[in-house]
Design a protein around this ligand. Structure first.
Ligand SMILES: [Zn+2]
Length: 418
């Protein structure tokens, strides 16, 4: 429930007191307690006062389930390391329109990224009714889903993104981690439909992850649950950019795949002749999609490399099954394009490593269905949970709002100068 989630936040005490506590401590509530049966009066009074906190939190908190959210189109934005993808998505997960642009460079200020997002939303709202905006960001989002605590590819450091954007766009904004958004999309419209305990693993350059239980994303106390990529699987193994050694993503990710292929090619191994020929000797040109493509064509080394990655994937999944016991693992991200070349070995390794194997039901391991748009679709669908039925981000409304902001600022400055 939203109230429960808001508990650790600075705003919670006032919100909570007015929300769940207040109706039962008011004089009306006290009087209702002494009566044996409910009457018209004690039914109406608490309902009226229970509504108030909902109005107060409009636009800031997730307050509905996806079943009761308004069936309105919303904008989803996926901010990755290289691309920003924005799209208008309807209540059934169909993409009505999609825009793409480059992610502003890490050296640019947070304001530049904000401007990019606002531009994209305004552009889309010229042609669509936009009732809310959802953002899936590659970074750590706090438990209140307002601040981006850290984003490796952007200049955001403890950035209050949601408040900044909802003020500028005058529609409700929701911010979440990109893996959470992708998992939500797969659960709602993709490979994880009908699963009430689902774990998503995204294999990109690293490993991202998310946990979904009973239709809710599990974010942990501080909002950063699901960082499976940095579980240690090999003590003293490869060094990871996070500072530790032997992290899972050093063995099962796009980076691991490319590193292994380049190592073999650099050592001029006979098994690597196929790929060396493919890149005409320029080893730094070897990429993940290239390895997948060569493996499909039957290149023995590329098949073996994907098997290795898949096997490590299965080992990690067995660990996760021991801890979380979901019914389904959805494998997404760029590397999952290798499909059975990767997921086959992962299933085998999972079966060999699973604790209690033979005596427990085994989780399914499936490939994600929504592809690179999953994050965007998920962010848009999550935004419907905070969407207003009638508010729209219209360019004129936003411009008026910003003009008023400048006017108020100028007046304040003039008053201070006096
Ligand atoms: Zn690590």
């Amino acid at each position: 429930m939203p109230h429960a989630r808001a508990c650790g936040t600075p705003r919670a005490p006032s919100g909570d007191a007015a929300g769940s506590g207040a109706p039962y401590t008011t004089p009306t509530g006290g009087a209702a307690e002494s009566r044996p049966m409910s009457t018209y009066r004690d039914l109406t009074a608490p309902i009226g006062s229970r509504r108030a906190p909902v109005l107060r939190t409009v636009g800031t908190r997730e307050r509905r389930s996806h079943l009761t959210a308004p069936r309105v189109p919303t904008v989803g934005i996926d901010i990755g390391g290289t691309k920003v993808m924005a799209g208008v998505v309807d209540a059934d997960g169909n993409i009505l329109e999609k825009l793409r642009t480059e992610t502003p460079d890490k050296s640019k200020s947070p304001k530049v990224v904000e401007d990019t997002i606002v531009e994209l939303v305004l552009d889309l709202s010229d042609r669509h009714d936009v009732h809310a905006v959802g953002i899936g960001a590659a970074g750590w989002v706090d438990a209140d889903r307002n601040r981006v605590l850290f984003a490796p590819h952007l200049s955001w450091r403890n950035e209050p993104l949601r408040d900044r954007l909802s003020e500028r766009l005058s529609v409700p904004v929701l911010v979440d981690n990109d893996a959470n958004a992708a998992a939500w999309a797969e659960w709602r419209f993709g490979a994880g439909r009908g699963e009430d305990h689902l774990v998503m693993i995204t294999l990109g350059t690293g490993i991202g992850g998310a946990i979904l239980e009973d239709g809710q994303v599990k974010r942990g106390k501080y909002g950063v649950a699901g960082e499976f990529g940095h579980m240690q699987v090999v003590p003293g193994g490869h060094r990871c950019p996070c500072g530790n050694r032997g992290c899972w993503e050093q063995y099962s990710s796009g980076n691991a795949l490319v590193r292994e292929a380049r190592e073999l090619a650099a050592a001029d191994s006979p098994v690597a002749y196929g790929i060396i020929e493919h890149v005409k000797g320029s080893i730094s040109d070897i990429t993940g999609p290239m390895i997948t493509e060569l493996a499909r064509e039957g290149d023995a080394m590329c098949v073996e490399l994907l098997q290795d990655i898949g096997q490590w994937l299965g080992v990690g999944i067995a660990n996760l099954a021991a801890a979380l016991d979901p019914s389904c693992f959805v494998i997404g991200g760029g590397v999952s394009a290798a499909d059975d070349l990767l997921i086959g070995p992962a299933r085998d390794a999972f079966k060999r490593q699973l604790t209690g194997r033979g005596y427990r039901p085994e989780a399914r391991i499936v490939r994600a269905q929504l592809g690179p748009e999953a994050g965007m679709v998920g962010a848009a669908d999550l935004a419907r949970l905070v969407a207003r039925r009638f508010r729209r981000a219209k360019r004129r409304r936003v411009e008026r709002h910003e003009r008023y902001g400048r006017y108020a600022e100028a007046r304040r400055a003039a008053r201070e100068a006096l």
